[in-house]
Structure formats: structure tokens, C-alpha cells
Design a protein around this ligand. Sequence first.
Ligand code: SAM
Length: 253
Amino acid sequence: MTITASPTIRRFQPEALKPPRCSEALHRERVHRLMQETPWQIHLEIGAGKGMHALQWAENNPDKTLIAIERTAEKYQVFAERAATKALQNLIPIHADAIPYLVHYIPPASVAACFILYPNPEPHNPAQRWVNMPFFEFLLSRLCPLGQIYLASNIPAYLDEAENRLKEVWQLPYQRYAINESFLSLSAGHRKWPCDNTHPGRTHFERKYLLRGEPCGELSITKPAGHTTHFDNWLPKVTANPGVTGEQGFQAF
Ligand SMILES: C[S@@+](CC[C@H](N)C(=O)[O-])C[C@H]1O[C@@H](n2cnc3c(N)ncnc32)[C@H](O)[C@@H]1O
């Protein structure tokens, strides 16, 4: 199956993006080692905020690695401090913009699942919503076959629009369901989250919305086996490892 990008969506241009600043050698080594030690077990969180979901998820899934990315310095600081206290070996908090981070550090077909929980709804800039961005195709290229994206929102119209895009542009299978206390109490496989009945919610925003009685929902989007994108063989020319280019760069970093 090949994706058919809409003529209204321009092609993402990864070559235009410089590496984010989080390119310390230690970080590169750690990510690379984890990718080798736990292939197909890499999970991503984009917009991790203060890390509530990331910390709980990593604690409950010790056999899987979570790279949790947050762009805002103040939120990342809180997240990083909490992560340091917990010292979870399988959690990598990253302070970066997720878009250049994925372009420069995540190889194709390497991610089992990606959480995007309560992203900014971008009321004045619909083109910046994740499923509307050309970058979405690049994100798909980084998922392994049958990999999943979990996209949650408290705004039904946001999820309606994302559903339309998934059907009309990206042609991907998905499920949509409500996030409520019974969902949060479920424990099955990797979806095993502790739920405090007084304060339900996986993230700070989810908790806030559920307490307000807002209709939280989620799309679970699957990359079918055999799905292809324009970026399946794309690797950055200037990689995390200075002086090393292309696939070698990923192998060496
Ligand atoms: C509305 S908050 C939700 C935070 C958290 N997921 C929660 O539910 O509590 C959205 C977060 O996404 C982060 N964010 C937005 N765009 C990002 C990007 N390109 N890369 C990394 N983080 C991003 C923002 O800094 C913000 O912390």
C-alpha cells in the first residue's frame, strides 16, 4: 500500500531542518544502545509536558523504552527533575522540538508507538495540527509495521477533523474511543496505567479536562503492514555523529 498525499498537502522537507540542540554524545550513545538492545520496543511521546504520562508509562513497561520529548523549557525542567528522582533506565526525557529530533535521531521503521496526548489545538493555525502537517508522513515512516499513534484531545471537533484526514489523505485505519474512568482503569498488555479514582487521568491536561467533565477522546491510528511513505529510506546527510553521514551515521551515533 502506498500513501497518496493530497495535492493540497505539500511534501515534508526534512533536509531543511538542522539537528536540535540535544545532540550531546552521551545522549546519542544511550539512544543508539537502547535501539540495539530493544529493537521494535522504542516508544515516543511528543509534547510530554511535565512528564506525568511518561513517568507512569515507563514505570509500568520496564521492558520497553520511551523517548519523551518536550519543547518548552520550564515544563521540560520539571519533567527532567522528576525523571532524575525516579532514575528509570528505560525513560529518556528530551528537551527539543520533536520535528527536527525525529528527522535527525530516529531511524525509519523503528518506533512501536507514539503518544501525542492533548496537543495544542492550534485554533488559529489549523495547518499546525499534527495530522494536517506534511511532517505526519515523516512520522509514519518512523513507525514500524503495525506501529501505532495515539492522539488524544478534549475537543471533539479536533478529533473529527483528524478522522477526516486519516480517511481522505493518509488512508489509515484507526479506532476512536472515549477516555473515561473505565478506559483508564483498563489494564491490558502495554496499556497498563495506574488510575487514582479521585484524580483520574494519564496527563496533567487529561486530568484537568476530566475533572471539568470535558469529553476526552483518543484516536489509535495503525500503520498497516506494507504501508510505504516517501521517507522510508530517508536518512539525514548531517547526522548526530559529526563527520559520519547517511545510514552509517545512525549506526555510529
Ligand atoms: C497542551 S500541552 C499537553 C502536555 C501533556 N501532553 C499533557 O497532556 O499534559 C502540549 C505540549 O506539547 C508541547 N509541544 C508542542 N509542540 C511540540 C513539538 N514540536 N515538540 C515537542 N513538544 C511540543 C508543548 O510545549 C506543550 O507542553
